[in-house]
Design a protein around this ligand. Structure first.
Ligand code: ADP
Ligand code: MG
Length: 261
């Protein structure tokens, strides 16, 4: 079953370089179509500036498409009523590259993770606390860290806080926008393994964005390759690696560092 059906999606920005200058059009997302099946890890790969985060923002309804449709469970999210949008935003969560800039530095970890519950549910303080402790445990954060501030954590731990926050409303989908790109290589593997475990346990669907094919090789079901706002290739992970069709995909593959042990 397709959870997402994305059809001819475009996001163009008009940018003016100076007051009298003619605006130029930046085709951040030019014209892309792809489907995401329920329960799959669908990676979107391409170099910086190719439109990956813009695609994420369109799926998150942070940005409005210039043209095109995004069907979620058969309904076009661009035509949602405010009520439907509220429900949708509970089901589709996001994890960012830089957890620090997305976490409120003045809030303790417990409150950071609890915020989606405070905004979206009528649960009591006690119930919220229980849920936060339970999810902290799932992502590998100790109980006693509940009262600490984000700056007291390492990058990997902060990403765990971001993951806990994304999970707390029991979403169907998590959009992961370069979730391990800012982390040391040794920590990257830990966070990727955590994401895989959580996907299995909660039957999640991931749209997983990365500029690095090496990062997504071991986690993806499907890889969609973007290049200057367009999709050049989309296929199952084995086919992408064994038999890349597009020159740009071949270039990305050759850029994966070979590690000699
Ligand atoms: P990626 O995440 O793949 O690095 P982005 O989706 O962030 O790429 O950006 C795609 C292109 O769109 C880039 O050229 C970027 O500069 C441009 N862009 C993104 N957001 C805006 C915006 N709000 N206004 C103008 N241009 C933008
Ligand atoms: Mg980006």
């Amino acid at each position: 079953m397709n959870l997402f059906e994305i059809k001819n999606l475009k996001k163009h920005y008009e940018v003016k370089k100076g007051f009298f200058a003619k605006p130029t059009i930046i085709k951040a997302v030019n014209d892309i179509s792809f489907n995401v099946k329920k329960g799959e890890i669908h990676s979107i790969v391409g170099e910086s500036g190719c439109g990956k985060s813009t695609t994420a923002k369109l799926l998150m309804t942070i940005e409005k498409p210039t043209e095109g449709e995004i069907f979620f469970q058969g309904k076009d999210i661009t035509k949602f009523t405010p009520e439907e949008l509220k429900e949708y935003r509970k089901k589709v969560q996001i994890i960012f590259q830089d957890p620090y800039s997305s976490l409120n530095p003045r809030w303790k970890v417990g409150k950071v993770i609890a915020e989606p519950l405070l905004l979206n549910t009528d649960l009591s303080t006690k119930e919220i606390k229980e849920k936060v402790y339970a999810i902290m445990k799932k992502v590998g954060l100790n109980d006693e860290w509940y009262d600490r501030y984000p700056h007291q954590f390492s990058g990997g731990q902060r990403q765990r806080i971001g993951i806990a926050r994304a999970l707390i409303l029991n979403p169907e989908v998590i959009i992961c926008d370069e979730p391990v790109s800012a982390l040391d290589v040794s920590i990257q593997a830990q966070v990727l393994n955590l994401l895989l475990d959580l996907q299995e346990e909660f039957n999640l669907t991931y749209v997983f964005i990365s500029h690095d094919l090496g990062v997504v090789e071991h986690i993806s079901d499907i890889i969609t390759v973007m290049y200057f706002g367009d999709i050049v290739e989309s296929n199952d992970v084995d086919s992408i690696f064994a038999n890349p069709q597009h020159d740009y995909t071949k270039k990305l593959l050759s850029a994966i560092p070979v590690i000699n042990f």
